[in-house]
Ligand binder design. Structure first.
Ligand SMILES: Cc1cc2nc3c(=O)[nH]c(=O)nc-3n(C[C@H](O)[C@H](O)[C@H](O)COP(=O)(O)OP(=O)(O)OC[C@H]3O[C@@H](n4cnc5c(N)ncnc54)[C@H](O)[C@@H]3O)c2cc1C
Length: 306
């Protein structure tokens, strides 16, 4: 039996801590429950919205007039170097547990908040590693047709912060198969801790935000050259950091209501405590306008604005 609740506050379920209530809300712990929840929404004739760790979403102030389905499938098992993990498993928890079993290869993803399903959907990455590097297969459910399908890595269409699932939100990831590399607990543990410390040093952790608000855009060569000269680092895929552009555009520290373009990491829009979704969106639009005006580059949101 599905336990659908009414009028559930969503802000506490997001790292932004912003947004109104879900008219209907349910946590699904199995694929069958996911299927049931989707059918329930169809029956009620309301839209369904998928929420997982809530670390890359902006919920509107007026809330969501539909059924919010929280992905809470958390079974996982190891067989040799293969980890089969349900979509709702916490990413850091899996990385730590793998290390305890002397498996590694994904330690640089440690500290990215949220679930393995959310990470696969957005091809989450940090410090040169991406989730696509270790995913071999993804299992997903088509909420429109009811089909359950396995996708090999190659057909997931992974690229920078992108996957097939991002373009096709009717597919909900239920499970990921991950291939790990042999490691030693102390080596993996040290790498995990080092990565988290580095993230803390760069103020990438423990803030009311949704991570990088914009994706790093592909830039014209002249801007790539400017970036490389100024920072002494090579651009990847002709992309430049959105945070660097935001700072250059004079928008670092820009504020609308309770939302600020972080002084430490301008591509983070941070809720100083009282921000509304409207503040965040207005600030994001101002940042986009300024970057467009000065660099002729259109920034694209990485966070999902529901
Ligand atoms: C402090 C901070 C630091 C961050 N650092 C990084 C970083 O270094 N690198 C990085 O890549 N990201 C980073 N992020 C962003 C975020 O953590 C990742 O995007 C994460 O992978 C999102 O997972 P989630 O479970 O929280 O997804 P949610 O935020 O719950 O959902 C995000 C989107 O994915 C969809 N979704 C979620 N689960 C599924 C599923 N199972 N199937 C289909 N669609 C689904 C949702 O509908 C929504 O559209 C950071 C965020 C914060 C708050």
């Amino acid at each position: 039996m599905l336990a659908v609740k009414e009028s559930v506050a969503l802000a506490p379920l997001t790292t932004f801590r912003i947004g109104g209530e879900a008219r209907y809300f349910v946590e699904v712990k199995t694929e069958d429950q996911l299927r049931e929840a989707v059918a329930w929404a169809k029956e009620k004739n309301v839209r369904s919205v998928i929420l997982a760790g809530g670390s890359n979403v902006l919920v509107p102030d007026e809330g969501i007039d539909g059924l919010v389905i929280r992905v809470a499938l958390i079974d996982h098992s190891f067989a040799g170097n293969e980890l089969a993990a349900d979509a709702g498993c916490n990413l850091l928890g899996l990385i730590r547990e793998s290390a305890e079993r002397n498996w590694g290869g994904w330690e640089k993803l440690a500290g990215i908040p949220g679930t393995i399903g959310g990470a696969a959907r957005g091809n989450a990455g940090a410090f040169g590693s991406e989730i696509r590097d270790i995913i071999t297969k993804v299992r997903a459910f088509d909420t429109e047709t009811g089909e359950m399908r396995e996708f090999e890595n190659i057909v997931c269409d992974f690229s920078y912060r992108h996957s097939f699932f991002k373009d096709n939100p009717e597919w909900v990831i239920t499970r990921a198969i991950i291939e790990l590399k042999p490691s030693q607990y102390d080596i993996s543990y040290a790498l995990i801790e080092e990565t988290i410390k580095e993230r803390e040093k760069r103020h990438l952790q423990n803030v009311k935000a949704a991570g990088s608000f914009f994706m790093n855009p592909v830039a014209p060569q002249a801007i790539v050259d400017m970036f490389e000269k100024e920072k002494g680092v090579k651009s990847r895929e002709s992309r430049v950091p959105a945070g660097w552009l935001i700072e250059k555009a004079g928008m670092k520290g820009a504020q609308v209501g309770g939302a600020i373009a972080s002084l430490q990491h301008p591509n983070y829009i941070v809720n100083t405590g009282t921000a509304t979704a409207n503040d965040v969106r207005t600030l994001a639009d101002k940042i986009k306008d300024e970057v467009k005006k000065q660099f002729h580059i259109t920034l694209q949101e990485e966070a999902t604005i529901i």
